[in-house]
Design a binder for this molecule. Structure first.
Ligand SMILES: Cc1ncc(COP(=O)(O)O)c(C=O)c1O
Ligand SMILES: [Zn+2]
Length: 408
């Protein structure tokens, strides 16, 4: 890990050594970002070494990570998810629902797991809208590390089922994600358990960046023009930005894409912050009262809001908000255009893409990538709410044929 130079605060920009700090900035309590010696990384990994590397997972990029106990890598296949090209538009979708626990979060959990093991933590704890929890529960099962998850009682059944089946200690909270998050901070600290919380633990971003590495390699080292990311806490978008930034500074790509943060209009704290920044030049993230059906991005206080805002600004990107009805519609469109089933938060990125195409902000000749961050089987009630469920037919040929005629 001689490639890590330290941890830099995303607000006051003070730098700290990794040994000094485990989580946030001692000076202003904001989040930290890992700083690397890019010259050293570039000596260890190249396009040529990757061409010869047959490890098709996030671990093919191991020189870019802040961990080195690779003997503890779980046997699960994480990352190298498919990038599908649209038949109609200059658009690719990255199907991250194909990860072991069916969401993007496995990228982050993998690095957090290795960090927790290297620090000899007896237990990993986290608060989750569902996916981060089911992800670390899955990875914990693979490495025999005990996991405790605080989850809002309203989380979709499938996510709760995953948590329980993987054997995590599950604490359903009769409150929202933000309340679960605050409780987790207190309890993890008190018990000296490893805290995986998104937008607090600086290493989750470092796993999430692997998605940007894959996008560039899958596009033959051409960075796309636009990358659309569904945003709740803002840790995925800042991780994606970190990935492109790392590649650019190690000269794997010669341009950086513009990032678009896509939020539901019913959970839009980062969109509001970006609009406020454009009007005033101030970076302020205000609490909202989130009510979106896209449970994974339903967040009152974005816990990595400043890093997300910095990423949008640094990439010369944009933010856009979409209605829940547009998100739901997009689940069906993605399924029919790409044969990929997305959960609501996963489909949100594509709803944002369509909006910017309609507004002629994204041009026909520009290459866009939308990340599908979670699989649709995680929340079937949202999917069922937009399709017409046929009534049962008597088990008789004439009745079935009559029904089929009516359908045609
Ligand atoms: C499926 C899915 N999409 C998007 C997000 C948003 O990520 P972030 O909260 O880091 O912005 C999450 C986070 O829980 C998620 O599970
Ligand atoms: Zn600081």
């Amino acid at each position: 890990m001689d490639t890590v130079l330290g941890l830099r605060c995303v607000r006051c920009e003070k730098e700290w050594s990794v040994e000094q700090i485990q989580y946030t900035c001692p000076s202003c309590q904001n989040n930290l970002d890992v700083v690397y010696d890019y010259a050293k990384i570039a000596q260890r990994i190249s396009k040529k070494s990757l061409q010869e590397n047959r490890d098709y997972s996030i671990w093919r990029y191991r020189s870019f990570y802040p961990v080195d106990n690779f003997e503890n890598i779980p046997s699960l296949q994480i990352g190298w998810t498919p990038l599908y090209k649209s038949k109609k538009q200059n658009l690719y979708i990255k199907d991250d629902g194909r990860n072991p626990s069916a969401s993007f979060k496995d990228r982050a959990s993998a690095i957090a797991l290795l960090d927790a093991i290297s620090k000899k933590s007896p237990r990993i704890m986290g608060a989750s809208t569902g996916n981060a929890g089911s992800s670390i529960a899955c990875l914990g099962a693979s490495a025999d590390v005990p996991i405790t998850i605080l989850v809002p009682n309203s989380a979709p059944q499938a996510k709760l089922a995953q948590l329980l089946i993987f054997g995590a200690t599950v604490v359903p909270i009769d409150g929202n994600y933000d309340q679960a998050f605050d409780l987790c901070q207190e309890i993890a600290l008190h018990n000296n358990w490893y805290n995986r919380n998104t937008g607090y633990n600086p290493y989750t971003r470092e796993g999430k960046k692997s998605c940007a590495f894959e996008i560039c390699e899958q596009l033959n080292w051409q960075a796309p023009d636009w990358v659309f990311v569904s945003v709740g806490d803002g840790n995925i978008i800042s991780g994606i930005w970190k990935g492109f930034y790392d590649l650019y500074h190690c000269k794997f790509i010669d341009k950086l894409p513009r990032l678009v943060a896509v939020q539901s209009s019913k959970s839009n704290a980062i969109h509001q912050a970006f609009v406020h920044f454009n009007n005033t030049g101030e970076k302020t993230i205000k609490q909202t009262a989130a009510t979106t059906i896209a449970d994974s991005i339903s967040v009152d206080i974005p816990r990595d809001g400043l890093a997300a805002l910095n990423s949008i600004i640094a990439s010369k990107g944009l933010s856009v908000e979409v209605d829940d009805s547009e998100i739901l519609c997009e689940i069906r469109n993605i399924a029919r255009d790409f044969a990929v089933f997305a959960e609501p938060a996963g489909a949100t990125s594509v709803a944002g893409f369509n909006k910017l195409v309609a507004q002629n902000v994204v041009k026909e000749e520009e290459v866009s990538v939308c990340i599908i961050t979670g699989n649709g089987l995680k929340d079937i009630s949202s999917a069922l709410s937009i399709v017409k469920r046929p009534q049962p037919i008597a088990p008789c040929r004439s009745k079935v044929e009559e029904y089929l005629q009516r359908r045609n």
